[in-house]
Write a protein that binds this ligand. Structure first.
Ligand SMILES: *[C@@H]1O[C@H](CO)[C@@H](O)[C@H](O)[C@H]1NC(C)=O
Ligand SMILES: *[C@@H]1O[C@H](CO)[C@@H](O)[C@H](O)[C@H]1NC(C)=O
Ligand SMILES: *[C@@H]1O[C@H](CO)[C@@H](O)[C@H](O)[C@H]1NC(C)=O
Ligand SMILES: *[C@@H]1O[C@H](CO)[C@@H](O)[C@H](O)[C@H]1NC(C)=O
Ligand SMILES: *[C@@H]1O[C@H](CO)[C@@H](O)[C@H](O)[C@H]1NC(C)=O
Ligand SMILES: *[C@@H]1O[C@H](CO)[C@@H](O)[C@H](O)[C@H]1NC(C)=O
Ligand SMILES: *[C@@H]1O[C@H](CO)[C@@H](O)[C@H](O)[C@H]1NC(C)=O
Ligand SMILES: *[C@@H]1O[C@H](CO)[C@@H](O)[C@H](O)[C@H]1NC(C)=O
Ligand SMILES: *[C@@H]1O[C@H](CO)[C@@H](O)[C@H](O)[C@H]1NC(C)=O
Ligand SMILES: *[C@@H]1O[C@H](CO)[C@@H](O)[C@H](O)[C@H]1NC(C)=O
Ligand SMILES: CC(=O)N[C@H]1CO[C@H](CO)[C@@H](O)[C@@H]1O
Length: 459
C-alpha cells in the first residue's frame, strides 16, 4: 500500500518523469477510455467520472510509454512440472527505452513460485544489474543481491511493475542501484501473468514470491551474485518482507544466505491497520479484493451498493491503483458501509481470520533480522499498528529493531527519507552476515535535521 488520500505531489512527480519519457501509451491493458453511458451503468455519476479520468491518467503515467508485452507475460510452456524457483523465461530490455539509472541493465524474468495451498504458480519479476561489479582495484567482486518488494499497484495482471517504464519506481528500488546492488523485484504472482489472481496484501504468499525470485535470479545469472542476500520492501512489500522473515525457507541455505530484511511502512497485521487507520481512504476496493480471492475465509462487508456497482469499472477499464483509489472519493466515507456493531464484528472476524493465516507479526518465529521503519505521521500504515506488530513479534522472542521517524513524513516519503539508515543497515548485514545487529528488540527515533525555515532573504 503506498497511498491513502492521493497526495498531489505523487502525480506531479510522475508527470514530470513521464513527459521526459514520452507520452504515447499504446498497447496497454489500462489504456482505456470510458463512455458516459458505461460509467452511469456502474453508478458513476459526473463527480465520479471526473475523479475516474484523473485516476486513469495517473495509471497511464505510472506505466509510461512501454507497451505491455503479452507474449512475455503469457505462461511459459515449460511451467508445468517445474520446481519452485525454476527460471522459465528471461529477456533483456533496451534500457534506453526505460527511465532507470543509466548503465543499469534491466531484465524481465518469469519463474515458478508457490501460491495458495502450496500450488505452483508462475510469477514475473525484473532484475536490474549494476554496470559493473568491480569497485576500484577489486576485480573479483560479486554483486550483492537484494530482493525488492513493491507497494500497492493494483491487483489486475496489467498492473505489473516490471511493465512500467521505470519499474514502478517512486524513489524506491532505484536507490539500491546507485551503491551497486543487484535488484530482483518480483511483480508478485497475478500481476503480469494471469495464471492465478493476485493475492493482494498477503505477507505469506507475497513473501513466497520474493523468496523464489531470488532462487530464479541466481539461475538466470549464475555466479553473478554474492551468496548473501537481503530484502527490502515498502507497504504491501514491507508486509511481504516481514512474512519472508517468518518463512522457514530463509533459515535454510537453499537461496544462499539470507541476512535479513527491511520493512518500511509494513502492511503486516490487517486487523490493526484497518481498524486504526482513517477510514476515509481509497483502499476499500483493494481490501475487498484481498478477500474475494480467498473463498474459504469469512468475508467482510465493506462497500455500499453504489461503491459495489462501481467495482465493475475496475475490470472493464483495467484500473490499477490510481484509478481504484479515486473511484469512491466522492461518496460519503469513500463508499465504506456504515459500521454498525454487527458489521464491525463481522469485519473484525474476517480481518483476524485473514491475519492468522496470511499475516505477519502475529507471533510466529522470525528466522532473520528485521529492521522496521515507520513514520509516526504515516497516513496509511498508522504507527500504532506498526507498534502493535513490533510488540507482538518481540513478545514472541524475535529480534526486531523499530525505527520511528518524526517530522511529518507521509507513507510514500518514508522509504527514500529513511534510506541513509537502511542503506547502512543493509551494508552491515552483508558485512556481518546478520550477527552485528542481533541484539534483541529495540526502538530508536529519527528526528528531522532541520525545521522548515521558509524563505530567507535580505531583499
Ligand atoms: C482514448 O482516447 C484518446 C484521446 O481521444 C485516444 O488517443 C486513444 O486512442 C483512445 N484509446 C483507446 C483505447 O481507444
Ligand atoms: C491471459 O493472458 C494470455 C496471454 O498473456 C491471454 O491470451 C489470455 O486471454 C489471458 N486470459 C485471461 C482470462 O485474461
Ligand atoms: C524453460 O525454458 C526456458 C527457455 O528455453 C529455459 O531458459 C528454462 O531453463 C526452462 N525452464 C525449465 C524449468 O524447464
Ligand atoms: C537501444 O535503443 C537505442 C535508442 O532507440 C538504440 O540506439 C540502440 O541501438 C538500442 N540498443 C540495442 C542493443 O538494441
Ligand atoms: C487451503 O488453505 C487454507 C488456509 O491454509 C485452508 O483453510 C483450506 O482448507 C485449504 N484448502 C484446501 C482445498 O486445501
Ligand atoms: C572484494 O569484493 C569481495 C566481494 O564483495 C569482498 O568480499 C572483498 O572484501 C573485496 N576486497 C577488497 C580488497 O575490497
Ligand atoms: C548457512 O550458511 C552460513 C554461512 O556459511 C552458515 O553459518 C550456516 O550454518 C548455514 N546454515 C545452514 C542451515 O546450513
Ligand atoms: C446498481 O446497479 C444496478 C444495475 O445497474 C441498479 O439497478 C442499481 O440501482 C444500482 N445501485 C445503486 C445503489 O446505484
Ligand atoms: C496510539 O497508542 C497510544 C498508546 O497506546 C495512545 O495513547 C494513542 O491514543 C494511540 N493513537 C491513536 C491514533 O490511536
Ligand atoms: C507489549 O505490550 C505489552 C502490553 O502493553 C507490554 O506489557 C509489553 O512489555 C510490550 N512488549 C514489548 C516488547 O515492548
Ligand atoms: C552495530 C550496528 O551495525 N548497529 C546497527 C543496528 O541497526 C541500527 C538500526 O538501523 C543501527 O542504527 C545500528 O548502527
Amino acid at each position: 500500500m503506498h497511498l491513502n488520500i492521493l497526495p498531489i505531489y505523487f502525480f506531479v512527480i510522475s508527470r514530470l518523469i513521464s513527459s521526459s519519457a514520452g507520452s504515447q501509451t499504446a498497447g496497454r491493458p489500462n489504456d482505456q477510455n470510458f463512455t458516459t453511458a458505461q460509467a452511469q451503468a456502474a453508478s458513476c455519476d459526473q463527480a465520479c467520472q471526473t475523479n475516474l479520468q484523473e485516476g486513469i491518467d495517473g495509471d497511464v503515467e505510472t506505466f509510461g510509454p512501454v507497451p505491455f508485452d503479452s507474449d512475455f507475460y503469457a505462461t511459459a510452456s515449460n511451467f508445468t512440472n517445474s520446481q519452485p524457483g525454476a527460471l522459465l523465461k528471461l529477456q533483456q530490455l533496451n534500457e534506453t527505452t526505460l527511465n532507470i539509472p543509466p548503465g543499469t541493465s534491466f531484465f524481465l524474468m518469469q519463474y515458478t513460485s508457490v501460491g495458495l495451498n502450496g500450488s505452483l504458480v508462475p510469477a514475473t519479476a525484473f532484475v536490474a544489474l549494476p554496470f559493473s561489479a568491480n569497485v576500484g582495484s577489486n576485480q573479483s567482486s560479486q554483486v550483492r543481491l537484494v530482493a525488492f518488494a513493491h507497494g500497492t499497484i493494483g491487483y489486475l495482471p496489467g498492473c505489473a511493475p516490471s511493465s512500467s517504464y521505470n519499474g514502478y519506481d517512486y524513489f524506491t528500488w532505484q536507490i539500491l542501484s546507485y551503491p551497486g546492488y543487484g535488484v530482483v523485484a518480483t511483480d508478485y504472482a497475478g500481476l503480469g501473468n494471469n495464471y492465478t489472481t493476485h493475492k493482494y496484501g498477503n505477507p505469506v504468499l507475497n513473501g513466497n514470491d520474493v523468496y523464489f525470485s531470488v532462487i530464479a535470479a541466481r539461475e538466470a545469472f549464475p555466479g553473478t551474485f554474492t551468496t548473501r542476500w537481503a530484502s527490502i520492501g515498502h507497504s504491501q512489500g514491507a508486509g511481504a518482507v516481514w512474512g519472508l522473515s517468518e518463512n522457514s525457507l530463509v533459515a535454510s541455505n537453499a537461496s544462499g544466505e539470507y541476512v535479513g530484511g527491511v520493512a518500511v511502512g509494513p502492511s503486516a497485521r490487517l486487523y490493526d491497520i484497518l481498524t486504526l487507520a482513517n477510514p476515509n481512504s481509497g483502499y476499500w476496493p483493494m481490501v475487498k479484493n484481498i478477500f474475494d480471492e480467498l473463498p474459504f475465509l469469512p468475508q467482510p462487508n465493506l462497500l455500499t451498493p453504489t461503491a459495489l456497482n462501481r467495482t465493475k469499472l475496475i475490470s472493464e477499464l483495467q484500473l490499477c491503483f490510481d484509478g481504484i483509489a479515486v473511484l469512491n472519493q466522492d461518496l460519503p466515507s469513500w463508499g465504506l458501509v456504515n459500521m454498525t456493531p454487527a458489521i464491525t464484528t463481522q469485519n473484525g472476524n474476517a480481518y483476524t481470520a485473514f491475519q492468522n493465516i496470511f499475516g505477519a507479526a502475529t507471533g510466529k518465529k522470525a528466522y532473520k533480522d528485521l529492521l522496521v521503519i515507520n513514520s509516526v505521521n504515516d497516513e496509511t500504515i498508522v504507527v500504532n499498528a506498526t507498534l502493535k506488530a513490533w510488540n507482538t513479534s518481540c513478545s514472541s522472542g524475535n529480534n526486531i529493531h523499530l525505527s520511528l521517524y518524526t517530522g511529518g513524513l507521509s507513507h510514500t516519503q518514508s522509504f527514500p527519507a529513511s534510506s541513509p539508515e537502511w542503506l547502512q543497515w543493509l551494508d552491515n548485514q552483508f558485512k556481518s552476515g546478520g550477527t552485528v545487529n542481533a541484539t534483541g528488540c529495540s526502538i530508536s527515533t529519527a528526528t528531522p535535521l532541520i525545521s522548515p525555515i521558509g524563505i530567507v532573504s535580505n531583499g
